[in-house]
Design a protein. Sequence first.
Length: 291
Amino acid sequence: MPIRWVGFLALVAALLLIDLAVLQRRGRPSARVAWVWTAVLALLAGGFALGIGFTEGRRPALEFATGYLIEGSLSIDNLFVFLLLFRALKLGAEQERRVLLWGVVGAVVLRGALIATGTTLLERFAWVQYALGAVLALAAVRFLLVKPEAATVRGPVRWIRDCCLRYTSGTRLAIGSLLLVILAVEATDLVFALDSIPAVLAVTRDPWIAFTSNIFAVLGLRSLYFAMAGVLERLRLLHYGLGCILAFVAFKMLAARWVTIPAAESLAVIVGILAVFAMLSIERRTGGSDA
């Protein structure tokens, strides 16, 4: 394994240990602490992007930033499903932290496997590009047609949740049930990874850029959950923004043979979409409060 991969995995392990020290305290971590740690991880990702720019060039750095933003924005919808799941199961703060920690560890392994598989298939079979583009297009339609207010825990995740509820005693979960909750979180992450990994591969075919950008976003998942737990429901219009982002990257992948969209323009489009729908969410919330 190349030294840079070993070094990056060591960095991931170190950040997870620091995450434990920052967030693994008695009771729920304060929003301030969670936001500070989220900002630290974002700054580290920015520094990593600058390092890529110096060593590999401007385009790989822009591809890293774009992949990081795509994964980070899709994580917001992922967090909303986690919130629904944890509320249904009445998890305590300690249980939430434990489940999210194992969820992040599992997500790192899952992302690595999916990216390795995706890049290998893209190198060997040209048609895979169009298959992944079709997956993204279908995901975009799903995001745009399903109202965020109707979002719920579905499919295998719902089945696992129901199993957890059967074995719940009071408001505390037994060890076996806690394992089922972790499985539910991993199943949820798998569903979202099937959207996010093709989206990142539409931006870059470099496994190093795809993996590191995804993992930096995943590392901030736990702190972002605690930081945004109180405001997630105020940002539901972002759901439609994510649909627009997936539609854009689907077009980029499907039309790559005829239309080339530079990395800088791709990054600008994604940042613009996120900004517009974030502002619309805030204005909608303010208007509702005023009413």
